[in-house]
Structures are given as C-alpha cells and as structure tokens.
Ligand binder design. Structure first.
Ligand code: SF4
Length: 443
C-alpha cells in the first residue's frame, strides 16, 4: 500500500518519520509524497507554540479533506496533549501518544485487514532509501526522547515524558545502514540530546566516540543541544573532521534573573564559559542559539542585559521566538506579561542584531576553503546549487559541474547581499561588493 508522511515542528519529528518510512518499506509498502494517493497518512504533530497547535489542527482537517478514504494516524506533541479532542476529530482513525511511537507501525497496520497489511518483509539493505526518494541528503537520527528538566515555558517536556535513550548499537546500526544507502551526513537529534545515556549508563560523549569509531559516514552533526550536561573535554571530539564544528545551544535569555524565572539550568557565565571552551578547542567553531523575547516580567533593564550578552557572545545565527504562553506550563501563570508592542519591538531589535552577527560570522570564513555537501538546485533544474559547509553555513554556486549529495572542497569567495549565504564563484555583482579580507582577524 502507499503511505504518506507529514510532520510539523522539530527535527525529532522528522527523524521519527524517516524511521517509520524505513520500517514500512521493510514490509514492502511504498512511500508517496502525495497524501491524495495514500492508503495511510501518518501526521507527526507539534505543540511547541500556540501557533504550532493551530497549524496541527488545520493540517489534520486538510489531510482529511484531501483524502477522506485514507486511514489517518495522528501522533506527536499536539496529539499527546489533546488525545481525546484529536481522536474525536472527523477522519482521524488512530491517535498514538509520544510514549507509544515505537509501536506506531504495528498499530497503523492494525487498521487494515490482514491481507493488505501483512506483506512479506524485504531485506532493508536493498530497500531504496525513503530520504533519497524525498530528495533529502541529510538524515536525522533520533538518539533519545523525553527530558527530566522542567523549564517553566516548555510544553515539550510535558508532551514527551521522561528521558529514554536508544542503545548505542541501535543508533550505530541505523547510521551504517543509511550510509550503505548513500547518505553521507547524519544529524543526531532528541529532546534533551545532552541527556543521552542518563537512563542507560552511557553519555553523549561516549556515543559520539563510538559513532566516530564504528561508522564511516562522512559528516556527523548535532541538532539542538541544551547547554549543560556536557563533560569537560567534550569539544576535543571535534578534532575529528567528521564531527561538524557547529552546535546549536539554546540560551533563551542573556539575563540571569530571566533565566531563573525560566528555571534554566545554565546561567550566562556558564554559557559564556562553554562557548569559550568550544572556540578555544576549535577555531571558528560556530555557535548558534534560540532566544525567547518578552518572557513574563522582562524589564527594559533585563532586556538590555540580554542584548549586550548576545552581542558579546557573537552567535553565528539565532532563532528568535516571541514568548508564547503554553497552558499547562508554570510560565503561563507568571505575573507581569510583556505587552505585544514591546514584544514586537524587542523581536525586531534582536532579529536585526542576529542578521548583523550572522554576516560577521560568514565574513570570518572568506578566503578559506571548505568541503560542501551539495543538496539541491534553486528554483528549477538549471538554478544555482545550494549546499552546506561543515560550520552549517549555506553556500551557493552557479554552474553544471556539481551533483546532489556530492561533497566538494571549494573556496569561499563572497557573502551574498542577503548576509545569510556564502558564495563559491560568485557572480560579478556579488564579487564586486565583497569586502577585501584582512586575514589577521579571521583566524
Ligand atoms: S531542557 Fe529543553 S526539553 Fe527539557 S524542559 Fe527545558 S526546554 Fe524543555
């Protein structure tokens, strides 16, 4: 039968889709990118913000209208937090809680009569890779789920439950299987990635060490990692060129009194120390982050502290989120909400700073070379190529001598006008405005 997968939200949701897709293919079913032709549709929903919940509800209704004949399975954080409401929605055949995701494939097949569901399994080795079928060249690998912490604004910890880690062997086997199928870059993801192994006696450090030892995949990335529970010496691992020199470390605020109200485990001094360790170990190590703007009670003075901290840290990129109260969280009951106009003004100020810091980050790489994994062409088939450097910088290149999923070492020649993209062999217009580099500062 034909199975269609949909997801909203985080890379963990994406990683789960990829794992289910492989399991369905293992059973001889086909993956389709078109929900209208599917017998079964699996939707991995999100609840990280009120807007994400609204989009999840809209997506469920859209999928039901698009293909009323298909079986519709809904899982993910929105479905886990509102199981009855989702289960009562027209067209939804099955709701799977986050904690039962391991059994999703079996339970979804249970919706069909045995004839249709029970096709003989095929050898996973020769099954085409669902990712490549979807034009993707980077695989998200789920290494753990859940989180033991209770940041006051976070709904994910409530929706995903306690920490549970996959075994090292399981993760390594999946990476090697994907590598055999042509995937040359993997990104390790979870809810609290730094908590990997807390329930199995392992650790993120040990897992990375084992992955570097027992796999041959060219590039290993870490998706978002909370800036704590990382052992001393952690950044020494990045001397291995297969481990990409970039980490997304959510700081959420640059002010300790706000971080206390968020119940964040990492204060600004510890965060600054962590970033310094990374940059001392690996020159040009790229640190990106998430920041919440307008957390309840955030005074102008606290906001100034955050802006100063962000500028001093010099993040390579930032995701800026206006605070969104999530019912069921402690933060939703905190006093002194910040008014919408102030939240908007602070978001715009932070986004402007983020753009400035990103351009500065990209300019630090001008005149250097980097191995780029080319991923896709812009627009139609003759557009420029887009790929990513090890530092997770987007890079563009014109010309036909490039192939998708190939890794080429190229010179970094310019920063695009958008201040967010690097160029290899830039067009004249871009080259003309590229600043001449004084190498003494870039190293
Ligand atoms: S550590 Fe992350 S996942 Fe855990 S409660 Fe805090 S924000 Fe949520």
């Amino acid at each position: 039968m034909y199975v269609n997968f949909q997801a909203l939200g985080c890379r963990l949701n994406e990683a789960e889709l990829e794992s289910w897709a492989s399991q369905f293919m293992l059973r001889g079913h086909e993956i389709t990118t078109d929900a209208a032709e599917a017998d079964l549709v699996v939707f991995n929903s999100c609840a990280v913000t009120a807007q994400a919940e609204r989009k999840s509800r809209q997506q469920i209704n859209r999928l039901q209208r698009r293909n009323p004949a298909a079986r519709l399975v809904v899982t993910g954080c929105h479905a886990s937090l509102h199981a009855d409401a989702v289960g009562g929605t027209r067209g939804v055949d099955l709701v799977i809680d986050n904690r039962d995701k391991e059994a999703l494939v079996e339970r979804a097949l249970g919706l069909f009569d045995s004839g249709k569901a029970a096709l003989p399994p095929v050898e996973i080795g020769d099954a085409p890779n669902a990712l490549l079928q979807r034009g993707r060249h980077r695989a998200f690998i789920k290494i753990q789920d859940g989180c033991r912490y209770r940041c006051t604004y976070c709904i994910v910890t409530l929706a995903r439950g306690e920490e549970r880690s996959r075994s090292e062997d399981d993760v390594i086997a999946e990476i090697n299987r994907l590598h055999r199928q042509g995937i040359d870059e993997v990104a390790l993801t979870g809810v609290h990635v730094g908590g990997y192994g807390s329930d199995t006696g392992s650790s993120l450090y040990r897992l990375l060490d084992r992955i570097l030892e027992r796999t041959a995949v060219a590039r290993i990335r870490l998706a978002s990692v909370e800036p704590w529970d990382l052992p001393d010496g952690f950044f020494r691992l990045f001397h291995d060129p297969r481990l990409m020199p970039h980490m997304h470390l959510p700081i959420q605020s640059g002010c300790d009194s706000v971080l206390r109200r968020m119940a964040r485990r990492c204060k600004t001094a510890e965060f600054a120390g962590l970033v310094e360790r990374a940059r001392n170990e690996i020159a040009l190590f790229n640190v990106t982050t998430d920041l919440i703007v307008g957390f309840p009670g955030e005074t102008e003075q606290e906001w100034r502290q955050t802006v100063d901290f962000v500028r001093r840290t010099g993040f390579g990129d930032m995701h800026v989120f206006p605070f969104s109260a999530r019912s069921g969280t402690k933060a939703a009951r905190l006093p002194d909400p910040v008014d919408a106009a102030t939240k908007k003004a602070r978001s715009q100020e932070m986004l402007a700073l983020a753009r400035e810091l990103k351009r500065a980050e990209l300019e630090r790489h001008l005149g250097t070379s980097a191995p780029v994994l080319w991923e896709r062409r812009l627009g139609d088939a003759i557009g420029d190529w887009i790929g990513y450097t090890p530092h997770y910088h987007k890079i563009r290149c014109a010309g036909d001598s490039i192939e998708a999923a190939r890794i080429d070492t190229v010179s970094i020649d310019a920063v695009d006008d958008d201040g967010a993209t690097l160029w290899h062999r830039p067009p004249a217009a871009v080259a003309a405005v590229t600043p001449r580099i004084d190498f003494s500062r870039s190293a």
